[in-house]
Ligand binder design. Structure first.
Ligand SMILES: Cc1cc2nc3c(=O)[nH]c(=O)nc-3n(C[C@H](O)[C@H](O)[C@H](O)COP(=O)(O)O)c2cc1C
Length: 203
């Protein structure tokens, strides 16, 4: 499908058919996620696929009445790995070796000065990592549309409960839950601000 058609056809789907997903679907979604860009190529996204009836029910109980999580055959638990920042020097070395900075001033830049001035605020750091994960999640969502799947971002859940129910490691922070499945609804486009309301114009 053309990207424009995917962007136009995507909706948040909140009613799913119970049909199972074809083998390989999870892998297809992961491939789309891993191609996402990320700051210094940190790739801080981590995913857990919830598919069993038991875990789907348990996960639903961690949300605020998001019953369609139990309905969907798959829910991707989309997480930040907070320890990913520790691998920044390695990721930067890989990028340089791959020629990502070739021919630009970034080849010569000393990032230690920039880092010294950068706030080490934990909340800001998490927001930054979440931003990276969100890009990967949306790539999954769009690939899902390409595969005929509906999905919906869900953030109405208890962080502590999800971590407990799925026994997630300490370093993980759950960014979003995203149920995937064949849509049992065909909703019209949702309201959007006009482009003139979101654009300050050219300067
Ligand atoms: C970051 C984010 C969080 C969201 N959280 C929820 C949620 O917890 N529950 C829900 O039903 N929809 C959730 N949504 C879906 C939005 O309500 C939806 O994207 C918006 O109403 C526009 O509709 P559309 O996606 O069909 O275009 C979320 C979407 C995003 C991007």
């Amino acid at each position: 499908m053309e990207l424009k058609a995917i962007l136009e056809q995507r909706r948040s789907i909140r009613l799913f058919r119970p049909d199972p997903l074809p083998p390989g679907t999870i892998e297809e979604l992961l491939v789309a996620a891993r191609l996402a860009p990320s700051g210094t190529n940190l790739q801080p996204w981590r995913f857990l696929a919830v598919v069993s009836e038991e875990k789907r029910q348990a996960l639903t109980a961690c949300t605020f009445n998001v019953n369609f999580i139990a309905q969907a055959p798959l829910t991707m638990v989309c997480c930040v790995d907070r320890s990913a920042t520790g691998a920044r020097p390695e990721r930067l070395r890989e990028l340089a070796a791959a020629g990502a900075f070739a021919g630009t001033d970034l080849e010569k830049i000393d990032l230690s000065e920039y880092r010294k001035n950068k706030s080490r605020d934990e909340a800001a750091e998490l927001a930054y990592l979440n931003l990276n994960v969100a890009i990967a999640v949306q790539q999954m969502v769009l690939r899902g549309v390409d595969l005929g799947l509906g999905s919906c971002w869900v953030m109405l859940f208890s962080q502590a409960k999800v971590k407990e129910v799925l026994a997630l490691p300490e370093d993980l922070f759950v960014t979003a839950l995203v149920p995937f499945g064949y849509p049992a609804q065909d909703p019209p486009p949702r309201p959007r601000l006009d482009t003139k309301d979101i654009f300050f114009g050219e300067v």
